[in-house]
Design a protein. Structure first.
Length: 415
């Protein structure tokens, strides 16, 4: 039996080594994924900032375009109004020019008539009966000519004034047209800039969508990897239990062999004084009455998750703070190996009797070593050794050895 156990142990050790290699590789991948997640979050933050900046710029451009379009509409209204005034002025000028042309024709006809009838022009004057009558007739004739001349002068002055007004209005229309063209040019430039910004925003939003998809996929992959880590950790813990059981059985076989040799040599021992061969760890010397009176492993702690919750074979105990001390539940011996896994910290196994062991997981700062005998309440280490377990917690197991196998039971029955 002992030979079979010795042959099985290297195979189990090889399996445990493979599991630990898988665990290290999974942890490496988890670190890579965590760095990838952080990088994607940084890129998303930068894209969000760039998108907000471009959106603000686009809103400012749209506001400027709206203002220029209002100015362009107002200039169009003013241009139409001035064009209407120009049309009215040109109509007045045309009417006055026609009237002026008629007066000039009438005046020319009058002058021609006077030239042709020079004698008859003066006949009324010669028929004057007195000097006073002559003076009146002369003044009347001159008044007729002066009236025609003054009317022509007024019409010409009015025409000149209207032409000046037309020139002024034409210049105003030209200036307004230039301003309108300048506004149109700026609107076109801003519209082109707006279109470019809209393209940049669309590209930024597309990049954001892509980064979010990558982040979501990475988070899903990380969750799957975390589950794989838990599976590997559970497999390592199961492998550790198997190895501990093999070592226990080896120790039991060795103890029985030593007991058989001692019984065989007892007659001779009665004749020959016993010699001191050095200290030998004898697990059977641990009192069996310790069973049923285990010490609570975390001083001032509490049970945060009972045995059996979510199918767990351990009791989750929370200390008052991270790094809480963990003590031996009873007198015993530290059974090798002391296992270390990054995600669950150190696991220390104590054997208290031939059929009782206790395990303490998530330890750090160990105060014991393999093969060391410990006393009830002796400090084993502190909580917080694992990455996946809360720093104030310890996983406490109580194992019953029966028929060559270990069965984990509710620790609450032993307090």
């Amino acid at each position: 039996m002992g030979l079979l156990l010795l042959c099985a142990l290297p195979a189990f050790s090889q399996n445990l080594t493979q599991l630990q290699q898988q665990l290290r590789e999974a942890e490496r991948l988890q670190n890579v994924q965590q760095q990838r997640i952080q990088s994607l979050n940084r890129e998303l933050a930068q894209l969000d900032a760039a998108t907000q900046a471009r959106t603000a710029e686009l809103r400012a451009l749209e506001g400027e375009i709206t203002r220029l379009e209002r100015e362009r509409a107002e200039l169009s209204r003013q241009i139409k109004l001035l064009q209407a005034q120009v049309s009215q002025t040109e109509a007045k000028i045309k009417a006055l020019e026609a009237e002026l042309a008629g007066l000039k024709e009438r005046l020319a006809a009058l002058i021609n008539s006077l030239h042709r009838e020079q004698a008859s022009r003066y006949l009324p004057l010669l028929r004057a009966e007195s000097f006073t009558d002559l003076a009146v007739r002369v003044r009347w004739t001159n008044a007729l000519g002066t009236r025609q001349t003054d009317l022509i002068d007024r019409i010409q002055a009015t025409v000149a004034s209207l032409q000046d007004e037309r020139t002024r209005l034409t210049l105003l229309v030209k200036d307004l047209n230039e301003k309108q063209a300048e506004r149109e040019k700026r609107i076109q430039a801003l519209s082109a800039r707006r279109q470019a910004l809209q393209g940049v925003l669309a590209d930024l939003r597309q990049q954001q969508t892509g980064r979010r998809v990558l982040l979501r996929e990475t988070l899903v992959s990380q969750q799957q990897l975390r589950q794989e880590l838990n599976r590997i950790s559970a497999a390592i813990l199961a492998e550790e239990r198997r190895q501990a059981e093999i070592r226990r059985q080896q120790e039991e076989a060795r103890r029985r062999q030593e007991e058989a040799r001692r019984q065989q040599s007892q007659p001779r021992a009665e004749q020959t004084p016993a010699t001191n061969t050095g200290p030998v760890v004898d697990l059977s010397s641990i009192p069996r009455e310790l069973v049923g009176s285990l010490l609570f492993p975390v001083p001032s702690g509490r049970i945060s998750a009972p045995y059996g919750q979510d199918g767990n074979d351990f009791q989750e105990i929370s200390g008052p703070s991270p790094g809480s001390p963990v003590q031996a539940a009873a007198d015993g011996v530290v059974i090798p190996p002391i296992l270390y896994v990054a995600n669950i910290g150190y696991t220390v196994t104590l054997q208290h009797s031939q059929n009782l062991i206790t395990l303490y997981t998530n330890l750090q700062g160990l105060q014991v070593e393999e093969g060391q005998r410990v006393r009830r309440g002796q400090l084993l280490g502190y909580t917080g050794g694992g990455a996946l377990i809360a720093p104030e917690q310890v996983w406490f197991r109580v194992g019953i050895i029966s028929g060559g196998s270990i069965r984990y039971v509710d620790p609450s029955a032993f307090y």
